[in-house]
Design a protein around this ligand. Sequence first.
Ligand SMILES: Nc1ncnc2c1ncn2[C@@H]1O[C@H](COP(=O)(O)OP(=O)(O)O)[C@@H](O)[C@H]1O
Ligand SMILES: [Mg+2]
Length: 172
Amino acid sequence: MTEISKPNILITGTPGAGKSYLCERLATQLKFNWLDCSKIAKENNFIEEYDKEYDCPILDEDKLMDYLEPLMAKGGNIVEYHGCDFFPERWFQAVFVVKCPNETLYDRLKERNYNEKKLTSNIQCEIFGTILEEARESYKKDIIYELSGETKADAQNSLKTVKNWYSMWKRK
Ligand SMILES: Nc1ncnc2c1ncn2[C@@H]1O[C@H](COP(=O)(O)OP(=O)(O)O)[C@@H](O)[C@H]1O
Ligand SMILES: [Mg+2]
């Protein structure tokens, strides 16, 4: 992966934290390819089964990975997913974990009509910092960054942070 001219960036975090909001703006401004894994999985039926209890599809990780591999080899991708431990570590030059305070997250998920079980499990995921921990277990610490996805001002800051990171990466 050393010869890629553009890096691949992973944007992860609890559902509702503000990943898509950020990715959309980043992809436009940096001219990167935004790969929303949940959307790709749905469109291509990379679904193993359906979890009725949590009212959510269970991702077929292998199929998603086969789909992503040739794209990742080219570089210039912003990959969005609410998990990060199954991707090959070599794919990403930076991992950004988007976080959001519980109250805001609760309102956002309520708006999505999540059932009580799904809502609680996602709020707990955020409280316990599950995704950040997952990132720390899966990638080198010095490529992991935390961002806030609460306000528009936070998003502006996050855009700056990622752009700065990209400038540094290009200079290497
Ligand atoms: N930084 C932000 N400032 C204000 N609203 C935001 C911000 N990030 C996300 N939102 C809003 O919160 C909701 C969930 O955001 P989204 O980006 O879809 O979350 P995710 O992709 O992490 O599931 C959307 O309605 C979005 O417009
Ligand atoms: Mg999203």
